[in-house]
Design a protein around this ligand. Structure first.
Ligand code: SF4
Length: 175
């Protein structure tokens, strides 16, 4: 088999700084057996089709047990120039192209910026919660509000607010 590239992500020098490669508490399989994760679409040089398929199956199995598989996939999708070859999070380059198309259909052509903004909002909310945690009752109200109303989409009318408040209060009393 020809070693086709795909050095471990920590070797790359220019990933999108908004998406750092996830930290793994243990060495990942692609660090310990990098050759298993080599793959270029259509390249079978020096290896039979069957051997390639077996090797890819091994890589996929290894990724499925990796502690950072979910974040690895995200990193690989947003860092397209760095992941044109190789298996990342059990996906081939072709599968990642397909996944990027699906995400773009859902979030729009600037989907990477959308994901970065979502991450930033999440971090800010987590930081705010650490500084100003909700009281037990406030947490109950938030939880009940989500259960009753689902995610907020449009401003509520005064009568909706009144109705929801009475439902929340009834729920709290029953809790
Ligand atoms: S999910 Fe796979 S490619 Fe990603 S770090 Fe883990 S072993 Fe490596």
């Amino acid at each position: 088999m020809t070693r086709t590239g795909a050095p471990h992500p920590s070797h790359f020098t220019h990933p999108d700084p908004r998406f750092p490669f996830p930290h793994s508490p243990v060495p990942t399989p692609c660090q310990t057996q990098p050759d298993t994760f080599d793959f270029v679409n259509g390249d079978r040089s020096g290896e039979s089709r069957q051997s390639t398929e077996q090797r890819l199956a091994r890589a996929r199995r290894a990724c499925s047990g990796c502690p950072i598989v979910k974040d690895c996939l995200r990193w690989a999708l947003v860092n397209k120039p760095l992941t044109k070859v190789g298996i990342f999070a059990a996906t081939t380059p072709g599968q990642r192209t397909e996944l990027r198309k699906r995400i773009a259909d859902r979030l729009g052509p600037d989907w990477i910026d959308v994901l970065a903004d979502q991450d930033k909002d999440r971090r800010e909310r987590a930081a705010a919660a650490r500084h100003d945690p909700l009281t037990v009752n406030q947490s109950r109200i938030v939880r009940l509000d989500r259960e009753v109303n689902g995610p907020m989409r449009a401003p509520l009318t005064p009568s909706q607010q009144e109705r929801n408040l009475s439902r929340l209060m009834a729920g709290l009393t029953a809790a």
